[in-house]
Design a protein around this ligand. Sequence first.
Ligand code: NAD
Length: 251
Amino acid sequence: MPRLQDKIALITGSAAGIGLATAQLFAAEGAHVYITDVDGEGAAKAAAELTGRGLGATAMTVDVSRGQDVSALMRTIEQQHKKLDVVVNNAGINVRTDFRNMSDADWVRLREVNLDGIIRIARDAFPLMKASGRASLVNLASIMGHRGMRTLAAYGATKGAISALTRGLAVEFAPFGIRVNALAPGFIETALTERVLRIDAFSKALIEQTPLRRFGTAEDVAQAVLFFASDESAFITGAELAVDGGMQAML
Ligand SMILES: NC(=O)c1ccc[n+]([C@@H]2O[C@H](COP(=O)([O-])OP(=O)(O)OC[C@H]3O[C@@H](n4cnc5c(N)ncnc54)[C@H](O)[C@@H]3O)[C@@H](O)[C@H]2O)c1
């Protein structure tokens, strides 16, 4: 039996990368997926590909940093399905810059998308997750919330906050039947990392620091999201799973 049969799932930032791979896997496992992204065209294309195969998908243009977009999204789900069984807070951006030269605008944008967006979605989706009676919220944190790397201090600060938020929400939402967990991916080949992973010496050094000796794929992460989304993790809340080929474990 499919692992998400008849579940209603929302995935933010799901027109590309990890979010898209997760939406495709969820739909194949029987869920109706809300594919939402600031790139509305990409979201519509991804949803059309799934519905064309007879799978359940709805596309919406949603910028998680805009309160009115998130409110409209929740109103639509309320009208169409009245509940949310799975919410994946995946939308995220990176601003790679020498910390000393980072502008206020860069920091505000990073925080608005990576942190304010997750907080807004978790808060506004709460009534719909409560209506499910058995919901799972999965947050995309990062290895950068636990390790330091040049040009990634501010990004890492938003991701470390997501790890803390995950533990707090796990405690606060548990009485309502909502589990909350996080994933900490290492280096995954997507548009987010494309430019830096193309730098040969940097790529080589990263692989040497990865016991499994390769970068991750969006599908590697999607499989871990599915674990937290499904009843296979029914007694797990407040946890964070590294999906990093062993990078965090290595000295
Ligand atoms: N790729 C990695 O190595 C890696 C590692 C650790 C954590 N992560 C995290 O995983 C998540 C997904 O990353 P990815 O690599 O798939 O990135 P990606 O850039 O390939 O895809 C991100 C998607 O989010 C969308 N998006 C950006 N801003 C948005 C906004 N304001 N509202 C809604 N959608 C928005 C983009 O349009 C895009 O479709 C992010 O939170 C990222 O921080 C990625």
